[in-house]
Design a protein around this ligand. Structure first.
Ligand SMILES: Cc1cc2nc3c(=O)[nH]c(=O)nc-3n(C[C@H](O)[C@H](O)[C@H](O)COP(=O)(O)OP(=O)(O)OC[C@H]3O[C@@H](n4cnc5c(N)ncnc54)[C@H](O)[C@@H]3O)c2cc1C
Length: 321
């Protein structure tokens, strides 16, 4: 029996891979089970040196050019077969688009329990995972009743902790013979310099209060200074001011950055569903009664077209100093 962690990569190991490894290490230690990891990608190479200190005994590395990008056809049989070979009781991945799909597909093939988009996971005479429900208004501790079980962890919620420097053994594996029904030919990256929303440490979002697409540069200037990703409310997306990929909320992306700055967003419950687990929430709104002020840690009542440029300028000075 063992605990297996899925190490997500996009060329390099993603920060969420280390978060999942931290959580899986905690579970494995408490359960008294060995911890194994699976890497599927183009080449693990010198990134293996980043995997020390999590308590991982062995990393099973499936390396091939075709595995560089996620493919359900290739990844799912690898994880399923490895989980069976290692008799994995618990499998932990990341609640990214890729991780959620992979975990769901593996769970279906193993007939395993699955808890997606968790904020924490621990061992207490069995596996328990904390998951937001009712658009994030309630946190539910879900106890798993049978093995194996899969858990996907929301990125940015588990601080990465390395204990010691013990390195895992790398076990290189051949890719099993699978017929790839889908071949990924090209990935169109977002414009250079933009930060992926779900993985960003800082998110600046704009809502209807932004007034029109011509005003995004006001927020983009702030994003550039503090290295933030640009988010939006559904009102801004529905108005056609910005593509849906930027939408935060129940029907958009779920983000959990260290800092979330909501500009001209009222704070409807459906918007909160996508950002309420952010560590620090800052709201800029000219209506002192906007619901966002009940949720935020810091609130600025004012016109965003005055406040945001001032904030950008001050932060630029801080950076320069
Ligand atoms: C099933 C369902 C799913 C939904 N999913 C989502 C979702 O995923 N994400 C989402 O965001 N919404 C979602 N919604 C919509 C949600 O209910 C709200 O309608 C939406 O979030 C409102 O967006 P907003 O805050 O930008 O606009 P508004 O509610 O119109 O708020 C605009 C705010 O801007 C402020 N403002 C205006 N001008 C300025 C200025 N110059 N300076 C400062 N402040 C200013 C106003 O005071 C106001 O508070 C969903 C709704 C439903 C029914």
């Amino acid at each position: 029996m063992s605990v297996l962690v899925l190490l997500e990569q996009r060329g390099e190991l993603k920060p969420c891979a280390f978060e999942a490894a931290t959580a899986a290490g905690k579970v494995a230690r408490a359960a008294g089970l060995p911890l194994h990891a699976v890497y599927i990608g183009q080449a693990l190479a010198d990134q293996a040196s980043l995997l020390g200190g999590f308590g991982i005994e062995k990393v099973y590395a499936y390396e091939r050019a075709e595995l560089g990008h996620y493919s359900n056809d290739a990844y799912v049989p690898i994880v399923r077969d490895l989980a069976q070979e290692l008799d994995a009781k618990v499998i932990i991945g990341s609640a990214t688009a890729l991780g959620k799909e992979c975990c769901a597909s593996v769970a279906a093939r193993l007939g395993a329990e699955l808890i997606q988009d968790c904020l924490d996971v621990w061992w207490d005479n069995g596996l328990v995972a904390r998951k937001p429900i009712y658009a994030g208004k309630v946190l539910s501790d879900v106890r798993v009743t049978r093995a194996p079980a899969l858990v996907s962890l929301r990125p940015n919620v588990v601080p990465v902790v390395r204990e010691g420097e013990a390195m895992p053994e790398i076990v290189r594996r051949e890719m099993p013979a699978v017929s790839l029904r889908t071949v990924l030919k090209q990935v169109a990256e977002a414009a250079a310099g933009t930060v992926e929303l779900t993985e960003a440490k800082i998110v600046v979002s704009g809502g209807r209060g932004i007034g029109g697409p011509e005003n995004w540069p006001v927020l983009q200037a702030l994003c550039e200074v503090i290295g933030a990703a640009l988010g939006a409310s559904r009102a801004a997306v529905d108005a056609g001011w910005i593509p849906h990929a930027h939408q935060v909320g129940q029907t958009g992306k779920v983000v959990s950055p260290d800092v979330y700055i909501a500009c001209g967003i009222s704070g409807a419950i459906q918007h909160q569903a996508g950002m309420r687990t952010s560590r620090i929430i800052v709201a800029i709104n000219k209506d002192p009664n906007a619901p966002i002020f009940k949720l935020c840690d810091y609130g600025i009542v004012g016109d965003l077209f005055e406040v945001v440029p001032m904030l950008t300028e001050e932060l630029r000075k801080v950076q320069a100093a």
